[in-house]
Design a protein around this ligand. Sequence first.
Ligand code: AP5
Ligand code: MG
Length: 211
Amino acid sequence: MDIVIMGAPGAGKGTQAERLEKSLHYTHISTGDVLRKEIASGSEAGKKIAAIIDNGDLISDEWMLSILKQVVAGIKGSIILDGFPRTVEQAEMLDKMLAELGRKVGKVIEITLPDEVVVARLSARKQCQLPSGEIKQIGPDFSLADCQAQGGEVFVRKDDAPESVMHRLSVYHKQTEPVLDFYRKAGRFEEINGNQTPDAVFNELVSVLKA
Ligand code: AP5
Ligand code: MG
């Protein structure tokens, strides 16, 4: 059973999806991470993507789906999608694409978080680029000391600049919130409170998944 984790920017999708990957053996696909890897490769496509992401806008549905298709095609077990779908069109395309691959979205879980907590979290967020190129998030599961001990470099995501965060939030409310209704109507939707400790969020997530 594949699952989709939704939520506003900074709701904790990546933090929780990584934990689920480690403990329940899902493969975590963050479309944001996939796009950032393309940017890091220095490709022409990456340059176009950077201009869109840094501003906090969305990559076009067709482009995003074609990128995602290539990633999902190589995966055998269950997946956790983090950051996709972000529009109702993407949700419809996803059902079709997964059906073609003999897959299905089993559960959709939204991690809820008030806007003011989003702004506070993202203005404090820091990332660590390890010498291998891997990017880790500094937070409860990987400390600043871990980053320094592994020779990493600390940086801030360009789209965490205050004006981008405000824009990402408005894009989320306008373009992504309708996706929640799409799944609510389809009867495969659950909501959990993201405004608690990472361990408490994780425990709620696991109970929803096991229900
Ligand atoms: P993406 O990378 O998906 O960004 P996002 O959705 O804005 O979400 P974030 O990654 O910022 O936050 P998160 O929910 O993962 O939270 P996290 O765990 O990091 O997308 C980036 C861009 O790519 C988009 O804007 C768009 O341009 C493009 N894109 C991606 N997908 C697309 C698509 N499908 N279609 C079109 N374009 C697409 O946590 C945040 C912070 O809070 C961290 O510092 C963390 O340590 C901390 N934290 C986490 N949990 C807790 C907790 N419980 N308590 C306290 N702090 C916590
Ligand atoms: Mg993320």
